[in-house]
Design a protein around this ligand. Sequence first.
Ligand code: CO
Length: 173
Amino acid sequence: MSFDFDPKVRVIGDPVLRGECAEITEFGEALEDLAYAMYESMIDAEGIGLAAPQVGLPLRFLVVGIPDEEDDHLHLQAYVNPRILEKVGACTMEEGCLSVPDIREDVTRPERIHLAWQSVNGEKHEAWFDDLEARVLQHEIDHLEGVLFVDLLSPSRKTAIRGRVKNLEKQSK
Ligand code: CO
């Protein structure tokens, strides 16, 4: 099994961003290769997270790469079949998305999440995440459900950016 994909990040208007993503049932080398290819796409695009549908693959798979302020390294991690078990609190943070270029808006989401996921070799994990990591994971998991951050804005903010979103959708076709 291998995953062929076009590393170009899909933009809002592309139906793959709105579809359902399938659970991954086969683990191992091909999935590891996909993780590395997606890290590359994410880093090239200067993103801190990337979900498989953003590169045209409708799979429950995502990668995160958050810069560590102390050692200036990217902490790269792949999440297979991620599932949020519990959400706590609420906080507002500005978000952007490689699939919605040049638009940044405040989004309110739970502050901490308890996540279950598998690694590329199928190992099961569970952990709590907070701060930026919790934020990025929730944003990327939304992608697996066909949800984009602009869907979560208030009606007035949605109206404010509607023209720019329409333009992106036109260019995407
Ligand atoms: Co995104």
